[in-house]
Design a protein around this ligand. Structure first.
Ligand SMILES: Nc1ncnc2c1ncn2[C@@H]1O[C@H](COP(=O)(O)OP(=O)(O)OP(=O)(O)O)[C@@H](O)[C@H]1O
Length: 605
């Protein structure tokens, strides 16, 4: 077996009293070694109840922030590094985490890494913030029920409803350039999805600047093309001089690359050029490619193009860090000609740490508005499947007469795709690896994404699966522990069908479009509703069928039900594994745990 290579640890893991002692009581009569590995394996999984306790603490006294917050910050730095390509392979090590790292000393298996010490890979801090807001609002609601709804901006209470079945055949899309229509048909598109038709209508095919557009539509509903198509159409016919006229901002490099692909599919058909600033290349190389080496057009508006010099791109897709690097340091990188701004995964981008880019970009839009009188100079698109409705956050976007596109009534937050089927699977903590193996064996013929709560848990589940003979060759790993090239190779293997199981941290949770995913498994239950929505949304995309399975330890069931209740989700059914299936998985599980034991021992050596 080409098993995963362990990471070397600098410090021994520190023994701590076991929050998972209940699991130990549940444990079947296996050998002491296997029982210990199970404890160790579970030790990286976060306990929702514990996190909830921390959130409450945070809400009361931010100054006395517990380690969960520090870790969120550390992870944020890591995420930003990944987004900007500063450090591909090495994850940020958090000192408090280091202090609690055990070094695979299984004889200290009673040592438990506190659940909150494992590092989430994407959204935890973001979701926690939103949850805190919700909780704050909930408290306010209890005190002053009538004022709570005032927290929602008036235009968000009156959404333009996107209902299923309101797609428009490409031939019936008024004002669509025939070259774009042909290109879309050649790519297999036959109609605009409802959200795309609505965005097209509101912006008059990208030509009207009367209303900025906020899109809160389910995962996989086609939000990317909902803004890409009007923008490309709107840029046609106005292009006398190549200039940066559209900026699309996304939170991570993988997502930026994905959206860039959509634009670069459309642009050549109509003679436009899209560029990517997401640390796929060095800043200097990007600068030369994207901004024409800082060359200014002649007074007649003509660039002297040579082999060495290229004109600026029309559309730039960027991550915030790389965007700011160019705006501050690249000659010719300017937003003064900006006509379109897209903030995709907006709730993620609006989070605190990203905000230095936003005032800068919004100010550019403000300058344009002054130029164009009362009309907006820059048409803004804001998109997310879980768009925040926090007025303070939305306010930062400086929207002009916005229209809110949402699936249903305004108070339905976080809608899931209609084609999604949801299941939960309850087991004891001790049985979780066994249940996961049995379930993944059931699903392994179909492309399945398996989510865990942290980068460490992702690695360990991946190692565990590498010890299951019939699953080993089918599994690949995707988290910030992997380099960009490793992540990219994992995605390729998964999309080509070479791999069937993508074991992922929450780095994969948002926006990633892998159309073939038949099922999502939450090996670790999500702590926040948004995380559940985005994870589940990796399947059932574009109207296809999909299933999400959430494995729950008994003590997690209550929190999971609470999570579902918050989003009015009453659709989760029970999934039962037959005793035969579980029995058949036992030898494989025992072997897999030994493989994990060897890995952990080597890791700590
Ligand atoms: N009009 C269309 N016809 C057919 N397929 C489409 C159409 N529009 C989009 N798709 C496909 O639907 C899938 C989902 O689209 P997209 O990634 O834009 O979803 P999304 O709403 O942004 O999802 P998420 O919230 O997860 O980011 C993509 O594979 C895309 O190619």
């Amino acid at each position: 077996m080409n098993g995963p290579q362990p990471r070397k640890k600098g410090k021994k893991r520190k023994a701590e009293s076991g929050e998972h002692s209940a699991d130990a009581e549940d444990a079947p009569k296996q050998s002491a070694g296997i029982s210990n590995i199970l404890k160790r394996f579970r030790s990286t999984h976060r306990d929702p109840n514990e996190l909830r306790g921390q959130d409450a603490d945070l809400g009361q006294d931010a100054a006395a922030a517990p380690s969960g917050l520090e870790l969120g910050d550390a992870e944020l730095q890591n995420e930003e590094k990944i987004a900007e390509g500063a450090d591909d392979a090495a994850p940020v090590r958090n000192t408090s985490e280091d202090a609690h790292e055990t070094a695979g000393q299984l004889q200290h298996s009673s040592a438990q890494l506190p659940a909150s010490q494992s590092r989430p890979d994407d959204v935890a801090a973001d979701e926690a913030e939103e949850e805190d807001n919700d909780r704050g609002k909930h408290k306010a609601k209890q005190k002053q029920p009538k004022q709570a709804s005032d927290a929602v901006l008036p235009w968000m209470r009156l959404p333009v409803s996107i209902t299923a079945g309101q797609g428009v055949q490409l031939g019936d899309v008024g004002g669509l350039d025939p070259r774009l229509r042909d290109k879309m048909r050649a790519d297999g598109f036959v109609e605009l999805y409802p959200v795309q038709a609505a965005a097209w209508r509101i912006t008059a095919g990208g030509h009207s600047r009367m209303h900025d557009v906020c899109i809160s539509a389910p995962t996989g509903s086609g939000k990317t093309l909902a803004y890409a198509l009007p923008i490309v159409q709107g840029l046609l016919g106005r292009r006398c001089v190549p200039q940066l006229r559209c900026l699309v901002v996304l939170p991570t490099r993988d997502l930026a690359a994905q959206v860039f692909k959509v634009f670069s599919g459309l642009c050549p058909a109509v003679g436009l050029r899209a560029g990517l600033a997401a640390a796929q290349a060095s800043v200097a190389a990007e600068a030369a490619d994207l901004f024409g080496n800082g060359q200014e057009p002649s007074p007649s508006g003509v660039y002297q193009l040579s082999e060495e010099v290229v004109a600026p791109v029309d559309i730039l897709v960027a991550t915030p860090g790389r965007l700011m690097a160019h705006l501050k340091g690249t000659p010719g990188a300017t937003l003064q000609h900006l006509r379109y701004l897209v903030v995709d995964e907006a709730d993620r981008l609006l989070r605190q740490a990203y905000q230095d880019w936003l005032p800068f970009v919004v100010a550019a839009g403000g300058a344009q508005q002054a130029q164009h009188g009362c009309r907006s100079g820059v048409l803004k698109f804001v998109a997310s499947a879980t768009l925040t409705r926090d007025p303070a956050k939305i306010d930062r976007l400086g929207l002009h007469c916005p229209r809110y596109l949402a699936l249903e009534a305004a108070d339905t937050r976080y809608a899931l795709p209609r084609s999604l089927k949801e299941y939960k699977l309850v087991c004891t903590g001790a049985d979780k690896p066994l249940c996961a193996i049995a379930l993944l064996r059931q699903l392994s013929a179909e492309p399945t994404v398996v989510f865990t709560a942290s980068v460490e848990a992702t690695r360990r589940l991946y190692v565990l699966l590498s010890g299951v003979p019939d699953l080993a060759a089918k599994a690949v790993e995707f988290s910030s522990l992997n380099s960009t090239s490793e992540r990219s190779a994992a995605l390729t293997a998964f999309t080509t069908g070479e791999a069937k199981l993508l074991v992922a941290s929450d780095a994969m949770t948002r926006g990633m479009d892998l159309p073939s995913v038949a099922a999502v498994v939450n090996y670790d239950a999500p702590v926040y509703p948004k995380t559940y929505v985005h994870r589940a949304g990796r399947t059932a995309r574009a109207g296809r069928a999909g299933r999400v399975y959430t494995i729950l330890r008994k003590e997690e069931v209550r929190h999971f039900k609470e999570l579902l209740r918050k989003v009015n989700n009453t659709f989760v059914m029970d999934h039962k594994l037959t005793p035969q299936l579980l029995e058949a998985a036992q030898p494989a599980c025992a072997h897999a745990l030994e493989v994990l034991q060897a890995y952990l021992a080597a890791e700590g050596a």
